[in-house]
Design a protein around this ligand. Structure first.
Ligand code: MRU
Length: 359
């Protein structure tokens, strides 16, 4: 498979950089599905807010946006002595790291940019800035290549005509292109597999309804939107032969942090005897994290549940709200973890390190 091949949504750019008038350009996902609006981000604060408010979201896309963001935000310091340049980078890194805590790609991208600076510390700072640009483009290109390969590995587990269920959005909009959980669906679409996809709407922020339904429909895939609490029904009816989901962080034992509600889908899949596949690049596997309990789970504002999508409030003022953005699916419920390097099967503590270290 050629890496220059482009996915079915190649006209839709999730995140890119403009190096001439330096800016990170993102497709504002909070405007979807109604409007395709591109936004230019030129300051650390604008980037932080775009990540926090999910204008750019999905673990790999956050990593790419942050890498571009570092290259863009370090440009004003291009003429500074190295010590000042590095001090500004350390402040920037610390600040951006507070935007969202769960997706490991944010942190690996920041670490990679730091490593790039330190590796080139003997060069004049304007040249270090060019190295940062190249590194950020490399992170994007690696992500795109990884997604294509994840698609190919994933498709090998599926057969034409299958019913598939997915949760949240782990598609083109969550990565640099193509997707992780949705990659086999797009590849299957190109090869005439005729999958029937069920997209959970994914309360409370509706990534399934707003984003997955949007991008699959735009690509011509047969997609049906369901509320999260309908997954059991479509499974019971025999309409689902496999579940495909993405991941924000995979612990060394195979526990998977992903969008809130994922673990419930996994429990249902086990009950109905349906394989539950997790798809993500090896950069999302965090071998330094032994088990899911160690993963920091982001908690978000109550208003996302009580009023955000409604014309008027839908819960009493002052009600206690618990709004975790992610949950952890036990490795025991995961049938396989599909990466760009191949497929890991249980026991993950033994199979994942081999795949990750072959990176
Ligand atoms: O809060 P979000 O929309 O960033 O959550 C995204 C997910 O949970 C995705 O499934 C995950 O990041 C994988 S994206 C390829």
């Amino acid at each position: 498979m050629k890496t220059e091949e482009r996915g079915p949504l190649s006209g839709l750019v999730t995140v890119k950089a403009d190096w001439d008038t330096p800016a990170v350009i993102i497709l504002d996902q909070t405007e979807l599905p109604n409007r395709e609006v591109y936004v230019r981000l030129t300051t650390p604060e604008a980037l932080w807010k775009a990540i926090y408010h999910l204008k750019v979201r999905g673990a790999p896309a956050i990593g790419v946006a942050v890498a571009y963001g570092v290259a863009v935000c370090m440009r004003p310091f291009a003429d500074a002595p190295f010590a000042d340049f590095f001090r500004h980078f350390v402040e920037l890194k610390k600040y951006l790291a507070t935007s969202r805590p769960t997706a490991v790609n944010l942190f690996t991208a920041l670490d990679r940019m730091e490593k790039c600076i330190l590796q080139h510390r003997d060069l004049p700072t304007p040249e270090i800035v060019i190295c940062l640009q190249r590194e950020s483009e490399a992170i994007r290109a690696e992500d795109a290549g990884a997604c294509r390969r994840i698609g190919a590995w994933g498709l090998g587990l599926l057969t034409p005509g299958m019913g598939l269920l997915t949760h949240c959005n782990a598609g083109h909009l969550a990565v640099s292109e193509y997707g992780t959980a949705l990659a086999p669906i797009y590849l299957g679409q190109e090869r005439g597999y005729q999958f029937r996809v069920f997209a959970d709407e994914t309360r409370p922020l509706l990534q399934g309804a707003r984003l997955t339904a949007y991008e699959l429909q735009k690509a011509g895939v047969d997609v049906t939107l369901i509320c999260d609490n309908m997954a059991s029904v479509v499974m019971k009816k025999g309409w689902v032969q496999a579940v495909l989901v993405g991941c924000d962080r995979v612990a060394a034992n195979g526990d998977v942090a992903n969008k809130i509600g994922t673990s419930g889908v996994a429990v249902l899949a086990r009950y109905y005897g349906i394989p539950f596949y997790v798809l993500g690049p090896t950069s999302t596997v965090d071998l330094a994290c032994p088990r899911g309990e160690e993963i920091v789970i982001e908690e978000r504002k109550p208003e996302e549940i009580t009023e955000k999508w409604y014309a008027r409030r839908m819960a009493p003022a002052g009600i206690h709200v618990y709004n975790p953005a992610f949950d952890v699916t036990s490795h025991e419920l995961v049938s396989a973890i599909i990466t760009e390097r191949g497929i890991a099967y249980p026991p993950y503590a033994e199979t994942l390190p081999g795949l990750v270290r072959s990176r």
